[in-house]
Design a protein around this ligand. Structure first.
Ligand SMILES: *Cc1c(COP(=O)(O)O)cnc(C)c1O
Length: 362
């Protein structure tokens, strides 16, 4: 009997998460200099991190012998959202809080619903908890909320929704989301993953945190990895009813968020200038890349995030040609989209490098 055979069958069934290729790895593989490489593969902030967060990290180095204290960040998030600190759960990236929700509500014999082409962590967290994943076919690459509602079974305890979704960039309207919440049984938890919330245009954004008062089964997740530029520090959070937050805290590692991440996140939250600059750069870069893709005859899915997914007959080959030119984008074959690539919106110069390399690869 091998160790593989002795492992839990539902763990064996998991396909590992495939991260975007790191710059140093491509440099080694292709013999390129690190500074020749443009990475537009992981929806990271092309402006780097918030300068205020940088200062906060430098100032916190002396305190690293102490265990982390999450009081200040929770209070800052409570102030920002109008919620109580008891409704906030911090995570080592929002990936961590997604996993906490799964551990609280899923187990063998239970199921969770998610959309085709949805964020890869939903099936991962579902399967890691031993539950069954119910994948609901997308409609025009977007979540089909009516079909997701219809897919709920008596053993379903969780519905995963990414809004906007990664990798498709699609966005479900708030009235549709609200009707889904109203129609669902109260014992089904809805995770509303808003990792790209800050990239939405102000006119399309609604304050979903206000919905928590009406729906104790709603869990909203957000992250500092995207517009705040702190992906490498790993910090995100969930907003939930005090009851659900309390349950999540029971399965959370006591010190899951480190000191530097906590102070950086609190500072980044107040860095309105950096958030505004990142937002503006993304709008301009989205136009630049979408314009370039159209010019090259590539169709794309209109995106509400900081990335865009575009179609090519030979996506895998084009990806290889891009890599040889030092441009890293994200293949999304693992998301059931073998003819597509996802590119993160970068700086103007990075976007231009990508478009030129793509032109040479077609
Ligand atoms: C990037 C992303 C996250 C955030 O992941 P972190 O663990 O916070 O870095 C969450 N959900 C979606 C849909 C994402 O694309």
């Amino acid at each position: 009997m091998t160790l593989h055979e002795q492992s839990l069958p539902y763990v064996r069934a998991i396909s590992p998460y495939l991260p975007g290729k790191p710059i140093s790895q491509l440099a080694r593989e292709m013999g390129l200099a690190v500074d020749q490489i443009v990475k537009l593969a992981s929806n990271e902030n092309p402006l780097g991190m918030s300068p205020k967060a940088r200062v906060a990290v430098a100032g916190a180095l002396d305190g690293l012998a102490r265990y982390p204290d999450d009081f200040d960040l929770k209070r800052a998030l409570a102030g920002r959202t109008g919620l109580a600190s008891e409704q906030i759960v911090l995570g080592n990236g929002s990936n961590d809080v997604l996993d906490l929700v799964a551990r609280v509500f899923l187990a063998p014999g239970r199921s969770a619903v998610f959309a085709e082409h949805a964020f890869a962590v939903y099936p991962l967290a579902t399967l890691a908890a031993g539950a069954e994943g119910i994948e609901v076919p997308a409609r025009d690459y977007a979540h089909d909320l009516a079909a997701m509602r219809a897919a709920i079974r008596p053993d379903t305890r969780l519905v995963w929704i990414a809004n906007p979704n990664n990798p498709t960039g699609t966005f479900a309207s708030y009235p549709q989301l609200r009707s889904l919440l109203e129609a669902l049984p109260a014992n089904v938890v809805v995770v509303l993953d808003e990792a790209y919330n800050e990239y939405l245009q102000p006119a399309e954004r609604v304050d979903t945190t206000a919905w928590l008062a009406d729906f104790p089964n709603l869990v909203i997740t957000r992250t500092f990895s995207k517009i705040h530029g702190l992906a490498g520090l790993r910090i995100g959070y969930a907003l939930a009813s005090a009851e659900v937050a309390d349950l999540m805290n029971r399965v959370r590692q006591p010190f899951n968020c480190n000191n530097l991440a906590l102070v950086a996140a609190a500072a980044a939250l107040d860095d309105h200038e950096f958030v505004a600059a990142s937002y503006a750069l993304n709008r301009a870069g989205m136009e630049q890349i979408v314009g370039g893709l159209k010019h090259l005859g590539c169709s794309h899915i209109p995106s509400h995030g900081n990335f865009v997914t575009f179609r090519l007959a030979d996506a895998a080959q084009v990806n290889q040609r891009l890599l040889r030119q030092g441009v890293i984008v994200r293949p999304v074959a693992g998301y059931g989209m073998p003819e597509w690539l996802r590119v993160t919106i970068g700086t103007e110069v990075e976007n231009e490098r990508f478009l030129r390399a793509l032109e040479r690869s077609l």
